[in-house]
Write a protein that binds this ligand. Structure first.
Ligand SMILES: Cc1cc2nc3c(=O)[nH]c(=O)nc-3n(C[C@H](O)[C@H](O)[C@H](O)COP(=O)(O)OP(=O)(O)OC[C@H]3O[C@@H](n4cnc5c(N)ncnc54)[C@H](O)[C@@H]3O)c2cc1C
Length: 487
């Protein structure tokens, strides 16, 4: 039986491991950390449970496809709850919009703020649905080996959407600043500014307003755990606390990996560790890309996160609450154009124990705070504590309640932690930004060009950042790897 080695245990690696095992190979997966899940790890402290990374469960249909490929459904492993509202955005003290799970309520909200604007929203969402279908059925699952993969009547018809941006389209039709921000928000998940994100990605608005925001009872980590169960049921051996230190190559083939000074022979390797790090497991001559190439990439933001235990339930917030009480243009400049610490960043909060009381002790609240920041900027305990105080102050003012005295504890997590824990290039949180020049075949390749049996998966290759794309990326890499074996 041919053997396959997986590096990492994020969603992409777990996915690739499952598909390779299903295809009949003997799969061993090495993970450097104590627990699986990569950026989606979870920890519990004083009875509070924190998802360390992703919290928005979007595009449930794509995640379902994964389970269906193995004769399962997500319901075999966990319970999904649709959030209503999906999220709430504060724009100023006491001025907020909530995105209902009911589309008719969203249309009514648009018309109440800007009469007639729901007409635009309807056609925008129709377009977004079309793009979503094209992306899912014809683009996302392709390995992006060449430009020609993208050429088909549906994409040619939409070519102009790659040369105009989400911002441009929204600004043309919507005047109200809050509605504009609401429509621009979903593409922030893709890691680039809305003014730099091709209009084609308005498919994210369909995901947001139509497919909805979901929560897994027990937290996002349950998805990683479910995928682990699928993998183990197929015979995948998962070895944690085992960093791969080297990929050994002879001529044009990888012969194995070195883990804790021990050589493990293998017939094929798929790495879901950060792409840049995987390259450094190879001798320089076998790397796909030079350091200059990486320096020229537009990385998606890193993040400064706080995991907070509150001594009481929090008022005036939804499960997901965004604080857009500040100018994102200035903040975005500090992420993309002049990397540095923003004066007054927008921030995101999640209080999963509102929906899922088991995630906090009775009568208390689990809080996760996130500020998107430029990758690679220096940070310190002083900076982290400065922003924590600022965030709590702003949240107190905006939601009209005192909070500081109810903070039982908080832990911070930022760029240097991403580097230490995940070998993340420049401490990135979400991989590469989905700009036009970093889309599809312009992303780092799934194949190593010289080492024929080495493949890359994960958020830095196709299709890109996010939980569903990472899972799809695993399927793509497994497909290409299986083709190599079947040649
Ligand atoms: C703070 C944050 C919030 C996010 N929010 C959302 C969200 O709400 N919704 C959403 O859809 N997406 C979200 N994302 C994005 C999503 O989490 C990622 O795109 C996805 O989890 C990436 O999976 P991956 O498999 O590519 O990489 P990772 O999860 O990083 O997995 C890589 C694995 O490789 C391991 N590794 C590294 N080097 C080695 C080595 N040498 N040997 C062995 N193992 C190694 C790492 O430890 C890690 O486990 C968020 C990400 C972050 C960080």
């Amino acid at each position: 039986m041919k053997t396959v080695t997986l590096i990492g245990s994020g969603f992409s690696s777990l996915s690739a491991a499952c598909y390779m095992a299903k295809n009949g190979y003997k799969v061993t997966l090495f993970e450097k950390n104590e627990t699986i899940g990569g950026r989606a790890r979870q920890f519990t402290e004083e009875g509070f449970t924190f998802d360390m990374g992703p919290t928005f469960y979007w595009m449930p249909d794509l995640i379902e496809r994964f389970f269906n490929d193995f004769g399962k459904t997500s319901a075999d492993y966990y319970e999904l709850i649709r959030l209503d509202p999906g999220y709430k955005i504060y724009f100023s003290e006491k001025e907020a919009l909530s995105v209902s799970a009911d589309l008719t309520e969203i249309y009514a909200m648009f018309d109440s703020l800007e009469p007639g604007s729901s007409r635009f929203l309807r056609s925008f969402l129709q377009d977004a649905e079309f793009n979503y279908r094209v992306a899912v059925d014809k683009v996302l699952y392709k390995p992006a080996n060449s430009f020609s993969e993208l050429i088909m009547p549906d994409t040619v018809k939409r070519l102009s959407q790659f040369f105009t941006t989400i911002s441009a389209r929204v600004k043309q039709h919507i005047k109200h600043p809050y509605l504009r921000q609401l429509l621009e928000f979903p593409v922030i998940f893709l890691g680039a500014k809305p003014s730099n994100t091709p209009l084609f990605y308005c498919l994210m608005n369909y995901a947001d307003m139509v497919l909805g925001t979901w929560h897994i009872k027990g937290g996002m980590f349950r998805l990683a755990d479910a995928m682990k169960q699928v993998a183990e049921s197929l015979g995948v051996e998962i070895v944690t606390q085992s960093p791969v230190d080297k990929i050994v190559v002879e001529k044009d083939k990888a012969t194995g990996v070195v883990v804790k000074d021990t050589f493990h022979a293998t017939d094929l390797i798929i790495s879901g560790a950060d792409y840049h790090h995987t390259e450094y497991l190879l001798d320089e001559s076998f790397r796909n890309y030079s350091e200059t190439y990486w320096q020229k990439r537009v990385m998606a933001p890193s993040a400064l996160l706080y995991y907070v235990g509150f001594d009481r339930k929090i008022d005036q917030v939804a499960h997901h609450t965004l604080f857009f009480d500040t100018d994102f243009t200035l903040h975005a400049e500090n992420i993309y154009d002049r990397p540095g610490w923003p004066d007054k960043p927008l921030f995101y909060t999640s209080f999963p124990s509102i929906t899922d009381p088991q995630l906090a002790p009775e009568g208390k609240e689990t809080g996760i705070f996130l500020i998107p920041i430029a990758p690679g900027i220096t940070d310190s305990e002083e900076i982290r504590s400065f922003y924590f105080n600022q965030l709590i102050d702003r949240m107190e003012n905006i939601t009209g309640q005192s909070l500081k005295k109810d903070v039982l504890f908080y832990k911070s997590y930022a760029g240097a932690d991403f580097m230490r824990d995940y070998n993340a290039y420049k401490g990135n949180a979400y991989g590469l930004a989905n700009t036009l020049l970093q889309t599809a075949f312009l992303k780092p390749s799934v194949h190593n060009k010289q080492v024929k049996n080495l493949f890359y998966t994960g958020q830095l290759t196709v299709p890109g950042p996010g939980v569903p794309p990472a899972i799809i990326s695993g399927k793509i890499a497994a497909g290409e790897a299986s083709k190599y074996f079947n040649k």
